[in-house]
Write a protein that binds this ligand. Structure first.
Ligand code: NG1
Ligand code: ZN
Length: 529
């Protein structure tokens, strides 16, 4: 380690006095002007993680659905997964260290994690379209360079594209080619194969309006369009040419306000969707003939994908186990439908993609979606091998056809993380194959009316939860109050939990009517004070 160089660069990327930040569910996130030192230090940390794992590590500069003034950073582990929990702690430690202690903290992490400092390091970097992102990614590069790491700056990419690129780099191209073109080629080939018998030219039914949250999704969809069949006519709105990132638009806005975004005219019965600012979430919606808004959230996306895969699996006739993973925010109707009608097992984890992803890895085919539209499908290595073998060798034509379709789903879905582009293509393929309209999809089950609220409290960490965050353990007595409030309503459910990304406590309530869900959420939020 070149001690002088580290010292010099550390003072060029000085930490604001007294600032303490935490590596949360999605890395560091706060106002962009507070993040220069964090970016530099995450560059340093990525080098150590790369040396330790002898693999390429990713660093993504983004704050997803947060306001344009914010920014954030997260590290991506070798197979495209979220950073390992012990390294999240190192990240927090390093980000909060005083300048003169940086060397010591780096040495301590290297010692504890048995990092061989002689090992080479390779880092890949990506960023979203925020005005602050370019400069902040330069600070990451400073951190990487000062420790002698090599890097490749992919520039503007969606978060899931960087996850894909990391995975490709570390699997000798087995997952795909480690270029953005490779990503487009892999997904579009699978999409074309999957839909080749269903698309007819000039078919207006395939038109899809996409609200790109004025973010990176628009840029990448425009690049990808030439790889996709013309029959899939994508109409992009909030494409970043005007308008502020995530402002009154995007998947998070649509989901939390339960209304269409600004900047897109939703005509009756038109199929629309919204990405979030870094294109790892997707939400569908439409207005019915009476102008009533219908939201099709992550739960309904999971249901559509699960029923499609379950049908293909029964045609293939192999005993492959499907598991669905949800969080406490999943609408009660979706859980009931999946368990009671579709007869597939549903598992619950804490909020945060890493928890869902981890659980989904336990199944042959694990499907996870957060209600907010972040999700994907994971195939175990054994399941993937079996499916690919059947697609090649099966002599029964019907079985082979189903196996080929499953193989294309494997290639179309981004197994590293939730990916709005990849999810959108899979959903569009399924709707086309099944001949389903957006209304038919929506009618699979009826969502229970629900409400989410944010409550500001002095210290949100006084709330501790259990049972996948569905019950509060502390403060003492809170859960009993919630239980009593819930009993007042029919088909009701409510819970509170501290947010992992904002300084708030989140309240969720569900009931038989919107008025009752609103009232219950309000009453529970009063109990939190
Ligand atoms: P928090 O702030 O912990 O609720 C939010 C989302 C998560 C996840 C993370 C990361 C909700 C209720 N919570 O977490 O699902 O997406 O952000 O972006 O939507
Ligand atoms: Zn996002």
């Amino acid at each position: 380690m070149d001690v002088d160089a580290v010292n010099k660069f550390s003072s060029l990327h000085a930490k604001p006095n007294g600032l303490i930040l935490q590596y949360g569910t999605a890395g560091f996130r706060t106002k962009a002007y507070h993040l220069d030192h964090v970016m530099y230090r995450m560059g340093l940390l990525a080098v150590l993680r790369s040396k330790q794992t002898k693999s390429t590590i990713g660093v993504m500069v983004t704050a997803s659905h947060n306001p344009e003034e914010d920014n954030g950073v997260k590290l991506i582990d070798p197979l495209g997964e979220m950073l390992a929990p012990s390294w999240e702690e190192h990240a927090t430690h390093l980000a909060n260290a005083e300048e003169q202690d940086i060397q010591a903290v780096l040495a301590e992490i290297s010692h504890r994690e048995a990092v061989n400092l002689q090992q080479k390091a390779m880092i890949v970097i990506g960023r979203d379209t925020r005005p602050s992102s370019e400069k902040l990614s330069q600070s990451v590069i400073d951190g990487v360079s000062v420790l002698g790491g090599q890097y490749h700056d992919y520039g503007l990419v969606t978060t899931p594209q960087l996850h894909y690129l990391v995975c490709c780099q570390n699997t000798n191209g087995q997952y795909g080619k480690a270029t953005i073109e490779g990503y487009y080629q892999k997904l579009s080939k699978a999409f074309v194969e999957l839909t080749k018998q269903t698309f007819r030219s000039g078919d207006e039914y395939r038109a899809l309006k996409i609200d790109c949250a004025s973010g990176i999704g628009a840029l990448k969809l425009k690049e990808m369009e030439c790889y996709l069949p013309r029959e899939l006519s994508l109409h992009l709105f909030n494409d970043g040419t005007k308008g502020k990132l995530n402002h009154l638009c995007g998947a998070d806005f649509v989901k939390s306000h339960q209304k269409p975004p600004l900047g897109i005219e939703v005509k009756p019965n038109e199929r629309c969707c919204s990405f979030d600012g870094d294109a790892d979430r997707i939400i569908y919606y439409y207005n019915d003939a009476d102008g009533r808004f219908h939201l099709i959230d992550g739960d309904k996306i999971a249901t559509l994908i699960s029923s499609f895969l379950k049908e293909l699996l029964s045609e293939v006739g192999e005993n492959l186990k499907i598991g669905i993973v949800q969080t406490a925010y999943a609408n009660g109707s979706s859980t009931r439908y999946l368990e009671e009608v579709m007869k597939v097992p549903v598992h619950f984890t804490k909020t945060g993609v890493k928890h869902l992803h981890h659980k989904a890895q336990e199944f042959d085919i694990g499907i996870y979606f957060e209600a907010n539209g972040h999700g994907t499908v994971l195939f175990s290595k054994a399941a993937e091998m079996k499916i690919r073998q059947l697609a090649k060798e099966e002599t029964d034509g019907k079985k082979r056809k189903a196996a080929v379709m499953l193989e294309n789903v494997i290639d179309l879905i981004n197994q590293t993380v939730g990916d709005a582009i990849s999810d959108m293509l899979l959903i569009e393929a399924i709707l086309a194959l099944k001949g389903l309209s957006v209304q038919q999809w929506d009618a699979i089950y009826t969502d229970l009316p629900n409400r989410q609220l944010k409550v500001k409290v002095a210290d949100r960490q006084v709330i501790d939860t259990t049972d996948a965050e569905r019950r509060a353990v502390t403060p003492l007595g809170l859960q009993e109050v919630i239980d009593d409030l819930v009993k007042k309503y029919r088909f009701s459910r409510a819970f509170v939990r501290p947010s992992g990304t904002e300084d708030v406590v989140r309240v969720y309530a569900e009931a038989d009517s919107q008025e009752n869900a609103d009232n219950l959420a309000h009453e529970v939020s009063l109990a939190v004070f």
